[in-house]
Each structure stands twice: as C-alpha cells, then as structure tokens.
Design a protein around this ligand. Structure first.
Ligand code: SF4
Ligand code: SF4
Length: 163
C-alpha cells in the first residue's frame, strides 16, 4: 500500500488555495443547493480512497470530544472520565474538549485507530462532506481541503461538475 507523501500533498494543495477560495465563493452563491454535488462527489472519492494510506486527519488535527465520547472512551480504557480528560484532552478557545497534542494518542503505527469501534463522533463523520446543509460548513471544508486528500479530490470533482 503506497502511503501518502505528505510533503508532496502539502505543496500541491498550497498551490490550489486560491482556486479553492474561488470555488467556495461560487458554492456560497448557490446557497442551499449544493448538498447533491457534495454528496455525489464524496461517495465517488471515498469509493477509491484508502484512509489507511493516509491518516493525515489523525496526525495533524483532531476531533472534538463530546461528553458522550469521553464517557464511552474512558469506559473502554477503564479510566475515570476525569483521568481520561487529564491524560489526553484540553479545552480549546471555543470551550470544547480537544486533543492535547497530535498525532492522536490513539493512532497506531499502521495508521489504524486503536479505539476505532468507540472513536469520537467527529472522527466517524470526518471530513463531513456527506452531511446535510453543506453551505453551513464551507469555510471548514475549505480548511479541510488542506488536510484531507479526499476533500481535495472532492473539490476537484465539484469543479469539473460545475464546469
Ligand atoms: S479522512 Fe481524509 S485525511 Fe483522514 S485518513 Fe481519510 S483521506 Fe486522509
Ligand atoms: S480517535 Fe482514532 S480516528 Fe479519531 S483522531 Fe484519534 S486515531 Fe484518528
């Protein structure tokens, strides 16, 4: 399995930042009518994508942890929630629990998540390109295009579809 060349990816996406900004502006004008094109492109891209060759999301950013995530994970790890928080999490500027550091402590050397079955909701849903109301998270999705090769490809697919 060929692993993602992160330096190459970073160089490639840096050059696309202006085009991505333009695409997001165009999508904003279409307001709520963009879910269809996002969802179709999401499923096409993830059909081909092998996240085990990448794990860039787990290496460079992290999910926010809901109370329900903290409860579930601390139970699985046989820790008290307060100890789990102390061990792995911090509070960010928006008051959410996030990882203290990246790569995520639960990422194995083989790019597998060691708590996969019980991973946070945000990890299950990342990169969120198949959710409803994509117009509400265009800014976040533009940021994710710099982290996630799948979002980069989804943007390319949307550019082609919209002409
Ligand atoms: S979701 Fe995106 S960044 Fe995360 S492993 Fe898959 S392709 Fe890579
Ligand atoms: S909990 Fe698992 S899926 Fe979520 S960031 Fe950590 S390693 Fe990745």
């Amino acid at each position: 399995m060929k692993q993602l060349d992160i330096d190459n990816f970073n160089q490639k996406v840096a050059k696309k930042a202006d085009a991505n900004r333009q695409l997001v502006q165009d999508l904003r004008k279409r307001k709520k009518k963009i879910d269809g094109v996002f969802h179709a492109s999401h499923y096409e891209v993830f059909e081909e994508m092998d996240c085990l060759t990448c794990a860039n999301c787990c290496k460079t950013t992290g999910p926010l942890f809901l109370d329900s995530d903290i409860e579930r994970l601390s139970k699985v790890l046989k820790m008290k929630p307060a100890i789990f928080i102390q061990e792995y999490l911090r509070i960010d500027e928006e008051g959410d629990h996030v990882l203290q550091s990246t790569p995520c402590a639960f990422l194995g050397h083989d790019n597998k998540c060691i708590v996969y079955e019980d991973r946070p909701k945000a990890c299950r849903e990342y990169p969120h390109t198949n959710r409803k109301n994509m117009h509400q998270i265009l800014k976040l999705t533009e940021k994710n295009a710099l982290i996630c090769p799948a979002v980069d490809k989804i943007f390319d697919a949307i550019r082609i579809k919209l002409g």
